[in-house]
Design a protein around this ligand. Structure first.
Ligand SMILES: Cc1cc2nc3c(=O)[nH]c(=O)nc-3n(C[C@H](O)[C@H](O)[C@H](O)COP(=O)(O)O)c2cc1C
Length: 199
């Protein structure tokens, strides 16, 4: 994405000029209900792979299911009804988990959640560049995911991601349609502080 789509430029104003891909990433819920190939999917994981992490520990792991696969229903059933209502039209559902300990010495990593957050954003940015809808979710049963996907205790369950071909807003459940737009952000002055913390 070199140029911002109109739906984004109409809704999002920056205080300073930034790359259109960063501003152009948002979280659509309208997905087409079609499959995507590995050629389309794997570059998103590749982008995640190149995120920075403390000691280059790369704590992120991505467990995924493709629609029409044997695992799909198991992943779909992890979600609450709201998310299930639209994410059922995704092509791929992902559960992101993060290793709590460093590989090189077995000691706890203070920043593994932070590192894995960076990897998720890389994935979302690459998906956006490729015209896919990428949407993070916390509305699912974390304990059920641990059991159903056999996630060991030394990994945190972080979030789910729905990835899919973009669909039509009109095909979303009525109550979700009005939410289908890029959102705004707090002003820059509210999130930066020079010298010390200020509320
Ligand atoms: C970790 C995480 C969890 C989220 N959980 C949900 C969710 O369960 N359901 C949902 O519809 N959106 C969810 N979202 C989407 C956020 O609401 C969205 O990212 C936020 O409103 C900012 O909008 P934007 O991504 O379009 O810029 C989640 C996003 C993140 C990063």
């Amino acid at each position: 994405m070199e140029k911002l789509p109109k739906e984004v430029s109409e809704k999002r104003k920056t205080e300073h000029e930034i790359h259109p891909l960063i501003l152009g990433r948002w979280s659509p819920r309208a997905m087409a209900g079609e499959e995507i190939s590995d050629e389309e999917l794997m570059p998103l994981f590749e982008a995640a792979r190149w995120a920075p992490s403390s000691y280059n520990n790369q704590p992120w792991r991505f467990i995924y299911a493709k629609r029409n696969s044997a695992d799909w229903q198991k992943f779909l059933e992890l979600m609450g009804d709201f998310n299930k209502g639209w994410a059922k039209n995704a092509a791929v559902l992902v559960v992101v988990v993060s290793s709590k300990d460093f590989e090189h010495n077995g000691k706890p990593s203070r920043t593994h959640n932070f590192d894995t957050g960076a990897a998720w954003e890389n994935l979302a940015i690459e998906g956006t560049r490729r015209g896919l809808a990428v949407h993070g979710m916390e509305g699912f049963d974390y304990e059920k995911a641990r059991i159903a996907l056999e996630i060991p205790a030394d990994y945190d369950v972080e979030c789910m991601i729905a990835i899919g071909k973009k669909g039509r807003k009109e095909d979303l459940p009525k109550e979700i349609q009005e939410m289908e737009a890029p959102s705004a952000r707090k002003p820059l002055k509210d999130i930066i502080m020079e010298g010390k913390f200020r509320k």
